[in-house]
Design a protein. Structure first.
Length: 131
């Protein structure tokens, strides 16, 4: 885990990425929070006023994205309780514990778009890939 987090943390620092929005994907495991803590600290060094919506995404207890047959089924199990505006957001960092199918990221981007995330916003995903 540390190898992935260290490499991405260096990339954020070297690129000087100043994300407007950071989201830690909801997970039943703590791995995503492990990565999020490290990466959010790196983002904070580049920009101290980013929006963190990690706690706004709520997942039904016991639900696992891998068991969802479709995004619509997953949408019934994960909600976003953010009521603010996302119109000015240009650069988003999504942090997940693993990239297996892309369902979690797809769903979160869809939920953010429904909350007003501009189409032209750049979305960067950090997640170790399972092959």
């Amino acid at each position: 885990r540390l190898v992935y987090a260290d490499a991405y943390e260096r990339w954020i620092g070297n690129e000087g990425r100043a994300f407007d929005l950071v989201v830690c994907c909801p997970s039943s495991r703590d791995d995503a929070r492990f990565y999020w803590r490290r990466l959010a600290a790196s983002v904070l060094r580049n920009r101290n006023d980013f929006l963190d919506l990690s706690d706004c995404f709520l997942k039904e207890r016991g639900f696992k994205m891998g068991s969802a047959g479709s995004l619509e089924q997953a949408r019934a199990k994960i909600a976003c309780n953010f009521d603010g505006a996302l119109a000015g957001i240009r650069d988003v960092l999504l942090v997940d514990d693993v990239w297996a199918s892309g369902k979690t990221v797809g769903l979160l981007v869809s939920l953010l778009a429904a909350k007003g995330l501009p189409e032209e916003a750049q979305v960067t995903v950090f997640a170790p890939i399972i092959i």
